[in-house]
Design a protein around this ligand. Structure first.
Ligand code: FES
Length: 104
């Protein structure tokens, strides 16, 4: 089920944009004209990635400095081993909606 995340105007370019949707912590990136929606919590331990760093399309965890591809969630640098979950999304008018399968 698609759920509204935000207005597109709230998404800052080349930044880690944090939204809580359906009880999930999500981050939205807008890099090279492409949006991505990913889990906002590190897959290593609990760290809020929106408090981390973004540069050159790479998100760096603020706790142990794992690095993830900011578009695909792929792990680029340990200690994290699992990629960040990515979400399907769509744009409707000025809104960004994300597909949260377990939302009713
Ligand atoms: S919590 Fe993110 S690298 Fe450890």
């Amino acid at each position: 089920m698609f759920v509204e995340v935000c207005d597109l105007a709230q998404v800052r370019r080349d930044a880690i944009n944090h939204f809580t949707v359906g009880g999930r912590e999500l981050i939205v990136t807008w890099i090279d004209g492409e949006y991505s929606v990913l889990d906002g919590v590190c897959t290593h331990e609990y760290a809020e990635l929106w408090n981390g760093f973004l540069g050159d399309g790479i998100i760096t965890c603020p706790l142990h400095l794992s690095q993830f591809n900011a578009k695909t969630g792929e792990v680029l640098s340990p200690p994290a081993e699992e990629p960040l979950k990515t979400y399907r999304f769509k744009v409707e008018g000025s809104k960004l909606l994300v597909d949260l399968p377990d939302q009713t």
